[in-house]
Design a binder for this molecule. Structure first.
Ligand SMILES: *Cc1c(COP(=O)(O)O)cnc(C)c1O
Length: 833
């Protein structure tokens, strides 16, 4: 290894020669000396990463400039994707892969005494998201860039992303994850792009009745751009994230010099809080206020940016043209304030009347619903809203009033339900609320769910009356994942085999071509190659587990993985209870019987929200079971249980290609779509799952013979819950056995009683097995038996695995985004020549 990049006999060259490894190496050397955050006399692997990333960024910035210049000249309709979360993960592999420069960079680093594998591991995940919703936003950016759509992503630049999870003897512990500690090599700070953002204050009324929001606290939003390259195209779009700050002129130097140091920096402290963490605890009034500030910061800064671009591109402004140039997609209700903010700008700043502003707003804004869980449907206190955003509260009240008038006029039969439908929830005079989802449904021109079942539930249940008012607004856009990150780059071995058998790599941008693998599903040669690629991925993941968790797992065992946020509805508890049953069964077997079982490694990963006590107990149970099972010499050759700490995009990229069986076992009707089910199926991992979310469509696509199905159906869930409450449910004896086993302290003396109690139907505790774990337990065990049976037949398993990949074409986010573009946004391609 060269200890100093200039010793490598490669000159420093500021501009890269695309595609040529010598030019790339020279550019890396240049950056190690001139844009380094480290001493230029060192070139350790960390410096190599930053120099490499800086070099890649040069190529991205060049394309990015060309892209937006082209958009500016063409002036097409643009789409703006507003999201509180973007779960980007690492960027290096994806960027050089999309640029087609992976080989050049690998060769260049070798010349400089480094190895691309090691270099890319230096990168920290950008974890500006929580789970599926944030990862979806990131997959969408990749697809929008790849499909040459004129698009922007808008988000917030949290200093600490989601917390870092550490597993100790106490279970999960949370620590701040400082992804910006050594700064991110990908961001470009845009000191030319700043906007004022106001909080608090009051509404002033002119003599002519015009209203204006004045006073309060004014902060500044500063833009940072992260370039997002498309695959096989020059188009490179932007994820623009806002940082809250206070301009120097607002710093109270007089107060500071007068010794009032804390008073002088108050505003800066408040600004820092806004962009400190994603989803700050909101159990307190201050916590709620902070979240609302975050949401408004995102909406206000993004809309000001959109207006400034709209105006910059035309001389005389015709406001009716606005919806022909601008589409805004709200990723769940978190950016709902974009609705009253757009109304406010159009009326108060631009002088439009209500009706014109309303038409523009509703034809511009579209809303995606991501959940039907009642506790996740946002409601904000009217008191807090009126204090922080007085003018917006007025506008929301007016929207609500006009909605009531509309219903009274057009649908008098709905009047009895009106209270439940209103945007304002005044049912408790002590605690009046704004229903953000209702504000979206009333205001937006499009409301979509994220899988067919979920969109049906929106129409028939959650929003049924709105659906009867405006059937044309409702539509479905089944989620997807980007095939670049989730197959091409995370499993190069499997990708090479696919390309070889399909005789083309066009599947990377046309995922339906994977169906061409079906005809080879029983081909011995392909099956052998497939098996070898999966095994290589398993070995790689086993190495990771040994390094990170310190557990040795055997790559010859069945790799069974459940990775996703820990939540009762996702039912990690169902999984671990069945593992306990398996443990008990194996323990009671004779050595001969044991030798006949299919050895498994069951892996769990996921973060529990810091204040979600039941979820944290589940994490603790998994780790306690692992400690007992893995140390039982009779059982551990046949069963191991591993909790993979700190689940994030990078962990997913390692785990998914290594998985043979994956678990998507939510209570039917509760998982809107799921997207990891798509990533797993794409990587040839078989699914054990319920008829929920996108599982249903995956099963349709890959064939029901290739899916291990069990469990209650969504339609039956309400009835089953009721019967459970009425004590009519008779639990399977194996279910009782497992609970008793835990109560016998077989896994230590941690107090699991709250978890076990919640599984009882009639104790009055909690919601009485609301998630139907007891109901689905026997069916789940049967499905697991079927898994074991099938795994013994290697040829059959390989065939099913190949058919899973072959049937995954529909689940490309390219397909999803094309549908959004054509059916909701009316945005077309705008490709840089
Ligand atoms: C895909 C993904 C998710 C979503 O997983 P689900 O199982 O669909 O909930 C969450 N987190 C990460 C890091 C992911 O990559």
């Amino acid at each position: 290894m060269a200890s100093n990049a200039s010793e490598s006999a490669v000159p420093a060259i500021a501009h890269p020669t695309p595609g040529d490894s010598f030019g790339v190496a020279a550019n890396i050397v240049y950056h190690s000396q001139f844009s380094s955050r480290f001493s230029p006399f060192k070139f350790e692997v960390e410096q190599a990463f930053y120099a490499t990333a800086a070099s890649v960024k040069d190529a991205l910035v060049q394309r990015w400039n060309e892209t937006y210049k082209h958009f500016h000249e063409e002036d097409p309709k643009q789409v703006y994707y507003l999201s509180m979360e973007f779960l980007q993960g690492r960027a290096l592999t994806n960027a050089i892969g999309n640029l087609g420069l992976s080989d050049a960079y690998a060769a260049a680093l070798t010349k400089l005494g480094h190895d691309l594998e090691n270099v890319r591991e230096q990168e920290k995940d950008a974890a500006l998201g929580n789970g599926g919703l944030g990862r979806l936003a990131s997959c969408f950016l990749d697809s929008m860039a790849t499909l040459d759509l004129p698009a922007w992503g808008y988000g917030l630049r949290y200093k600490y992303g989601l917390f870092k999870q550490i597993i100790s003897s106490k279970g999960q512990e949370e620590y701040a994850e400082d992804w910006l500690e050594k700064s991110s090599p990908w961001e470009i700070v845009r000191h030319d792009v700043t906007y004022p953002v106001r909080f608090f204050g009051e509404v002033q009324v002119d003599s002519d009745g015009r209203r204006k929001w004045i006073g309060g606290e004014v902060m500044q939003a500063l833009a940072y751009d992260i370039p997002i390259p498309g695959y096989n195209t020059k188009n490179t779009i932007s994820l623009r994230i806002w940082e809250a700050r206070v301009p120097a002129e607002d710093f109270d130097l007089y107060a500071f010099n007068a010794g009032k140091h804390e008073e002088a920096v108050q505003l800066q402290l408040k600004a820092d809080q806004i962009c400190s963490v994603l989803y700050p605890g909101d159990s307190t009034e201050d916590g709620k206020l902070l979240r609302l500030k975050q949401q408004y910061m995102l909406c206000s800064a993004s809309l000001q940016d959109i207006f400034s671009r709209f105006k910059e591109r035309r001389g005389a402004i015709s406001w009716d043209e606005f919806p022909n140039k601008v589409a805004v997609q709200l990723n769940d209700t978190h950016p709902t304030l974009a609705i009253p903010e757009l109304m406010r700008i159009l009326m108060d700043d631009e002088g439009l009347g209500w009706d014109q502003a309303w038409n523009i707003t509703s034809s511009t804004i579209a809303y995606t619903n991501h959940t039907v869980l009642p506790e996740a449907l946002e409601k904000w206190s009217q008191v807090v809203m009126a204090k922080l955003l007085p003018r917006h509260m007025e506008i929301i009240a007016e929207i609500d009033k006009r909605f009531q008038v509309l219903v009274a006029r057009t649908r008098p039969e709905l009047e009895s339900k009106l209270e439940a439908l209103q945007v304002l929830d005044n049912s408790n005079p002590e605690k009046k609320l704004v229903r953000m989802a209702h504000l979206c449904v009333v205001s937006a021109h499009s409301v979509n769910g994220v899988a067919e079942l979920h969109s049906e539930i929106l129409k028939k249940e959650l929003f049924s009356d709105f659906y009867s008012l405006w059937p044309e607004k409702f539509n479905n856009k089944t989620n997807g994942v980007t095939p670049r990150r989730w197959l091409r780059f995370c499993s190069p071995e499997l990708s090479a085999i696919i390309t070889k058998w399909l005789r083309t790599d066009k599947w990377v941008t046309n995922l339906d071509l994977l169906s061409g693998l079906r005809e080879f599903a029983e081909n011995k040669q392909l099956q052998e190659e497939w098996n070898a690629a999966k095994l290589a991925n398993k070995v790689r993941f086993a190495d990771y587990l040994l390094k990170v968790v310190g557990v040795e797992v055997n790559p010859q065992t069945l790799f069974d993985i459940q990775i996703k946020r820990i939540h009762e509805y996702k039912r990690q508890l169902l999984n671990i209870l069945s593992v306990i049953y398996r443990y008990k069964t194996i323990k009671e077997m004779s050595p001969e019987e044991r030798a006949n079982t299919v050895p498994r490694t069951v892996m769990f990963g996921g973060k529990a929200f810091a204040t979600y006590a039941q979820a944290k107990r589940i994490v603790k149970l998994v780790t306690d079971v692992g400690a007992v099972v893995n140390n039982d010499p009779n059982v551990s050759p046949h069963l191991k249980v591993v909790f993979i700490p700190n689940y994030n995009v990078t962990v997913a990229e390692l785990a998914i290609p290594a998985s043979e069986l994956s678990q998507h076992i939510s209570t039917a009707g509760m998982e809107a779509s799921g997207t990891s089910n798509m990533k797993f199926a794409l990587n040839g991992s078989l699914i054990i799952g319920t008829l929920d979310g996108a599982n249903i469509e995956i099963r349709e696509e890959i064939g029901e013979d290739n899916f291990f199905l069990f469990g209650a159906r969504a339609d039956d869930v309400p009835r089953l819950r009721k019967e459970r409450e009425q004590g009519k449910f008779v639990p399977d004896p194996r279910f009782e056995e497992v609970k008793d086993f835990i109560r016998s302290k077989a896994f230590g003396d941690f107090d699991y009683e709250p978890l076990l109690e919640a599984l009882e139907g009639d104790t009055g505790y909690g919601r009485g097995d609301y998630f139907l774990v007891g109901q689905d337990f026997p069916g789940y065990l049967d499905a697991q038996d079927k898994v074991d049976e099938t795994y013994k037949n290697r040829a059959k398993w390989m065939k099913m695995s190949i058919l899973s990949t072959a049937g995954s074409g529909k689940f490309s986010s390219d397909r999803t985004i094309s549908q959004y573009a054509n059916e909701i946004w009316q945005v077309g391609q705008c490709r840089v020549p």
